[in-house]
Design a protein. Structure first.
Length: 241
């Protein structure tokens, strides 16, 4: 990592860049940006991981309390189970958000016998977050209207949908069809994450390759450039108070 894990009480400009930890177990390959031995926590972000796996017949639901859980199906079909082992089918290109104020139980598993590739992001919910009427949402990613030249941009989560977040999360998927650069505005009170799925990118004057990510606070205009066929996701969320 290029800098130590920050303290949530500090509010200066802070950047942390790191490479995901790779794990391989039988029919599963994972890349975990955090938590890892080098980087444990960046509130309110708790976990960010990329997984490729073949589905099994045995789901293993686990609990979440005061957490927001995002799952983005990049390819293949996911089966998401709740506490009663009821299954929601999540097609590729779709994003789900579980808002677990009280205890909510779920599991993510590719369709049994089939391969899938997905991202998972877990955030700690602010104290006082209201229990939503609908704790679980799912929708297909939506192309951004008025696309940026040379960039295919998909809206995943945010005020402009397709999924709305009760805890202020914004999330996008960017694919660079040719070499291009874009500036992303990050308000002062927010924290941002950029993760490269494929190719090479330069973010806030830091070079990132596939499986690398950057976390930042206090950078109002996040400069992102990518080579052709680079794909990345970015997310921002209000900073804990």
């Amino acid at each position: 990592m290029s800098a130590p894990t920050p303290s949530p009480e500090e509010h200066a400009v802070r950047l942390v860049v790191g490479k995901a930890r790779v794990t391989q177990v039988e029919a599963m390959e994972g890349r975990t940006l955090f938590p890892s031995p080098d980087f444990s926590h960046w509130p309110p972000f708790e976990r960010f991981a990329e997984t490729r796996a073949v589905g099994t017949e045995m789901p293993d639901p686990h609990p979440h309390v005061r957490e927001g859980v995002v799952v983005y199906a990049l390819s293949g079909t996911l089966w998401v189970y709740d506490e009663g082992r009821h299954c929601t089918v999540v097609p590729p290109g779709s994003v789900t958000v579980l808002t677990a104020v009280g205890k909510q139980v779920h599991d993510v598993n590719p369709k049994p016998g089939a391969r899938a590739h997905w991202l998972a992001l877990v955030l700690q919910l602010p104290l006082g977050t209201d229990e939503p009427k609908v704790p679980y949402q799912m929708a297909a990613a939506v192309p951004e209207a008025g696309p940026r030249p040379g960039i295919k941009e998909l809206r995943l989560i945010g005020d402009r949908g397709p999924v709305r977040s009760t805890f202020g999360l914004e999330m996008r998927d960017l694919t660079f069809e040719k070499s291009a650069e874009v500036d992303v505005s990050v308000p002062e009170h927010r924290t941002a994450l950029v993760y490269v799925l494929a190719g090479r990118a330069r973010v806030a004057h830091r070079d990132l390759s596939a499986g690398s990510g950057l976390l930042e606070e206090g950078v109002p205009d996040l400069s992102i450039s990518g080579e052709p066929d680079t794909r990345l996701v970015w997310a921002s969320v209000p900073r804990p108070t």
